[in-house]
Design a protein around this ligand. Structure first.
Ligand SMILES: [Zn+2]
Length: 584
């Protein structure tokens, strides 16, 4: 165990060609070296563990090599190369500015620049995390950076490019290192595993690559950790348990359940995830990523955006084929909404569960949510139980020979037959034309007092309605209007129906002007017919009133609504001015 070397060090690349995932960058560096056009200072930017320091060291070795290859690589055989490989070369000086950022540290380093190299041509100074230098240290450094001796090359590395002063950037050649692709990391881990004779499952390496988040050094450290945890057999199950990663099997399982609308299964899976100690937001985050991965797997052109290993790729493709794009768009939107509301939610578990239920209903054709809009064609009955009772009353009435069958009965009976009445079906009711029905309804109040037995029937027949019922039905009606009447529908949606009596049977709607009144008056008979049928109350009546000037004008736009709020509470206006708030 004494000679154990961590993989990140053992497998640190020694040549440009063996640097993983930065090929375009290493090619540029090699070309610069072979053409002999070297700058005095380089700035390597990029996230941690992607090869900045490694490239700096290879660069230092290569420019000092006595017999470099034609392809721009070092020979690894000359005295200078050997010194570099054995880490005893004096031509390379490293300073970690994260821990040595004082002006003294940098002064010491600058002293070194005065001594020319003994072997080789260049002295290379690598300053890691250069953004951490104190401002005085920066100034001390700047002097040397402006006029360095000909044999000096500075390589500055940073993870935070935005913190580097422009005076430094303008004196350097800048190279941006990208986070590594998961596929590159996986490939390299496979290479290391094979070299070390370690058994592994490809899915396990995939998890490690995901966890490393684009950093090869992190990936190798995690790999070492997993190898020691699993005693040399890197299985998927052991890896996720060691790294506390949520098994993506859950997401595949959940998606299957969403597609087949199995709400109970969905809730049970979520409960299992929570019981294993995972955080709900972590879970939702992963679910959103899963949908995103499925979406990019649907198309060959976006497939490269899928950052998983080959073994997972096929699974994603298979499941993606089952998901319609519409489902995935909607699912992503739901996940996104959940994430937005998560922080503010008092009951986070409930929020996630509601989201999961919605997800499981996306492909449910019977569900209103499917279209993502209000239902436009089918209107579901509000009262599903009553028709039976009502029908009995009607039949009882019809059996009495003396009283003519109530004229409403055909309509009500029809309502029962079509438990989901449609607007389209309205005109198709046998024997009842729209006009006729309106006329009959208008004659209603007179008939109500004809005889006692019928009166009883009528009282039982009319259902109690609330103001809210009427308003809900009113909106349903507007949704059923054809495109040609969208203007009327739009106006109607903004209206509020107010009750004028205790039974909520005499109602009122206020319109803004006489033109709106005229339009609405024309439409009112069919509106009333719809409401009376829908709410099973034949006495419903709505009068139209034109708004008087004294009435509060209705606030439509955000500024108007805000103005009316300010009227009630002037402090709101001050708040807006003070913070210079705007409407968005
Ligand atoms: Zn050499």
């Amino acid at each position: 165990m004494d000679n154990y070397i961590v993989s990140a060090r053992k497998y640190r690349p020694q040549t440009f060609d063996s640097v993983v995932g930065q090929s375009s960058l290493t090619t540029t560096l090699k070309n610069a070296i072979s053409s002999g056009r070297l700058a005095h200072a380089y700035l390597f930017c990029g996230p941690r563990g992607v090869g900045k320091t490694t490239c700096a060291r290879i660069f230092a070795k290569t420019i000092n090599c006595m017999n470099p290859h034609e392809n721009g690589e070092a020979c690894d055989e000359c005295e200078s190369c050997k010194a570099f490989n054995e880490q005893r070369s004096l031509n390379i000086q490293e300073l970690d500015a994260a821990s040595n950022n004082s002006v003294e540290d940098i002064k010491q380093l600058m002293e070194q620049t005065r001594i020319p190299p003994q072997i080789g041509k260049y002295k290379v100074f690598i300053i890691d995390e250069v953004h951490m230098l104190s401002s005085q240290a920066f100034n001390a450094f700047l002097k040397t950076l402006e006029e360095p001796p000909a044999y000096v090359v500075f390589i500055l590395a940073t993870t935070e490019k935005h913190k580097i002063l422009p005076t430094i950037i303008s004196r350097c050649q800048v190279y941006d290192f990208n986070p590594m692709e998961a596929t590159d990391i996986i490939e390299h881990l496979e290479y290391v595993a094979k070299n070390e004779n370690i058994e592994y499952e490809p899915e396990a390496l995939n998890v490690i690559a995901q966890k490393a988040n684009g950093g090869m050094r992190d990936a190798l450290s995690i790999f070492d950790q997993v190898v020691s945890f699993t005693k040399g057999k890197v299985t998927y199950k052991d890896t996720i348990s060691d790294l506390n990663v949520l098994d993506y099997e859950y997401y595949f399982k959940l998606t299957e359940a969403f597609l087949s609308n199995r709400i109970p299964d969905v809730l049970l899976v979520f409960d299992e995830v929570l019981s294993r100690g995972f955080d709900a937001s972590h879970f939702m985050d992963g679910l959103g990523r899963h949908f995103r991965d499925l979406l990019v797997s649907r198309d060959e052109s976006t497939l490269p955006l899928l950052k998983v290993g080959q073994s997972m790729r096929e699974r994603y493709k298979t499941q993606a084929a089952k998901c319609a794009p519409k489902f995935l768009f909607k699912a992503l939107k739901l996940c996104n909404n959940c994430e937005i509301n998560y922080r503010a939610s008092n009951n986070k578990r409930f929020l996630v569960e509601v989201t999961l239920i919605q997800l499981a209903q996306v492909t449910d054709e019977k569900s209103d949510e499917g279209s993502g809009r209000q239902p436009t064609q089918i209107i579901k009955p509000i009262f599903t139980q009553q028709p039976d009772a009502k029908q009995q009353v009607i039949e009882a009435v019809q059996e009495q020979p003396k009283s003519a069958a109530p004229h409403r009965s055909p309509i009500v009976a029809e309502t029962k037959r079509n438990s989901i009445p449609t607007i389209k079906g309205l005109g198709a009711i046998p024997g009842v034309s729209l006009k006729q029905a309106v006329k009959e309804n208008a004659a209603e109040p007179v008939r109500n007092n004809q005889n006692t037995s019928q009166n009883v029937a009528v009282v039982q027949e009319d259902h109690v309605v609330t103001e809210q019922d009427v308003n809900v039905c009113w909106r349903e009606y507007t949704n059923s209007l054809p495109q040609a009447q969208s203007a009327l529908a739009g106006r109607m949606k903004a209206m509020q129906i107010k009750s004028l009596d205790d039974n909520n049977e005499e109602l009122e709607v206020v319109v803004n002007n006489t033109i709106a009144e005229k339009d609405l008056r024309t439409a009112m008979p069919s509106i009333l017919l719809f409401l009376r049928r829908k709410l099973a109350n034949s006495k419903l009546n709505i009068t139209i009133r034109v708004r008087e000037n004294t009435d509060q004008p209705q606030a439509f736009t955000r500024p108007e609504k805000f103005a009316s709020m300010v009227k009630k509470n002037p402090a709101l206006g001050q708040l807006k001015d003070f913070f210079d708030l705007e409407f968005c």
